[in-house]
Design a protein around this ligand. Structure first.
Ligand code: SF4
Length: 384
């Protein structure tokens, strides 16, 4: 009876194939291996194997052992128990391979339940530099004006927002906002999770006395004067750095800042130092194969941007954004559902690595989604 050789790869091993490059990543062991391949047969076999409908298995041609690249990969699979070649009679079906699947049906139509946090800039400021918004830290978008958000319109806009959505309050000089007490009283009566972010320069006893999550943004050498705030573990300190020297300086004084307990270091991209910042935050591709990457993140990376999904930003002008680096989706004069319904595939919630060079890279869906660093610097990737 004729026999055929079947190559199979375990269902928990992700196969990414781009011409001449193969990545195998095992989600159970949290490690990966890349292969540079030269011959057509190996490219062809892994192109077939990586298609979801083939469920990580394919029949090999009789002369497959002539390919050194293919034999090396098969040997690696065999040695690591990640897969193998099995020989079966030709009339026998290859064994079933169970693969995890992801069902994110409906993720592109939104309800209020998709909202995770709303960041509200109560006022603008003319007294600080313009700073692009960076990942996660809701820095004030310091526009060259001094405007205040309309209190009544803001309260009406927030009327339908579920009470478990996180509310983050930011501003240039928060204490100068004429309705600060009224806003905070309203928010505390409605929402469970409220945080305020203030520049150290504008932090005062009133903000210090509030019973909310408190965050101080500290620039440059200001940290020498942070006094009691530095000692308090009830306040989060965010040090913003714009060079390697500033980064080292912070870490000399606060080595624990790298641990992210209640002290955080944030590199900031200014046009004058973008090269240095790029060096500070870029990463080595090789480290990705040693990183712990979770299966659900791999699925999410193909569909949405988990840094940005679920977040709304309200500028002091009243414009509503999903991300300050993207165009507004409405204003606080609209209803929140009208704003959510305008979020489309071009928006930050769906800004994924489907562009070059990432679309030609084997790490395309293992890499974290694009960040505000890349967007604000106008670059496509932060890898070396
Ligand atoms: S950032 Fe893009 S090019 Fe760089 S490793 Fe990730 S997917 Fe590849």
């Amino acid at each position: 009876m004729n026999k055929h050789h079947i190559l199979y790869v375990d269902g928990h091993v992700y196969i990414s194939h781009k011409p001449n490059n193969i990545l195998l990543y095992n989600f159970i062991e949290s490690r990966g291996q890349t292969f540079y391949v030269k011959d057509d047969l190996t490219n062809q076999i892994f192109s077939i194997l990586s298609r979801p409908e083939n469920a990580n298995r394919t029949v090999l041609p009789e002369d497959y052992k002539k390919s050194e690249d293919l034999c090396n990969i098969i040997q690696f699979l065999h040695n690591n128990f990640w897969g193998d070649v099995i020989i079966l009679p030709e009339n026998q079906e290859p064994p079933a391979c169970f693969m995890p699947i992801c069902n994110l049906e409906g993720v592109k139509s939104h309800t209020l339940n998709d909202l995770q946090s709303i960041t509200i800039a109560l006022n603008g400021t003319s007294s600080l530099f313009e700073i692009p918004i960076q990942n996660q830290l809701p820095l004030m978008y310091c526009s060259p004006r001094n405007d205040f958000i309309n209190y009544d319109t803001l309260i009406s806009f927030l009327g339908d927002v579920p009470n478990d959505v996180g509310i983050r309050i930011i501003g240039g000089d928060l204490s100068s906002y004429p309705f600060l007490k009224e806003v905070l009283t309203y928010l505390q009566s409605r929402f469970q999770n409220i945080a305020i972010f203030s520049y150290f320069k504008f932090y005062d006893e009133y903000l210090y006395s509030l019973n909310v999550n408190k965050n101080i943004i500290i620039r440059g050498d200001e940290f020498y004067n942070t006094g009691k705030y530095v000692k308090s573990d009830k306040i989060n300190l965010h040090f913003i750095v714009d060079s390697r020297a500033a980064y080292r300086n912070i870490l000399n004084h606060f080595p624990e800042a790298t641990l992210g307990l209640n002290k955080y270091v944030w590199p900031i991209n200014l046009t004058t130092n973008s090269q240095k910042i790029r060096l500070l935050i870029s990463f080595d591709k090789k480290t990705l194969t040693k990183s712990r990457i979770q299966l659900h993140n791999y699925f999410l990376n193909k569909i949405l941007n988990r840094h940005f999904y679920g977040q709304l930003y309200i500028a002091s002008s009243g414009n509503v954004h999903t991300n300050y680096n993207f165009k507004p989706i409405g204003t606080i004069h609209d209803s929140i559902m009208d704003c959510l319904n305008r979020i489309d595939e071009n928006d930050s919630w769906f800004h994924i690595r489907n562009f070059k060079p990432c679309s030609e890279c084997v790490f395309q869906w293992l890499c974290p989604p694009p960040t505000n660093y890349e967007i604000s610097m106008g670059i496509k990737s932060l890898c070396q």
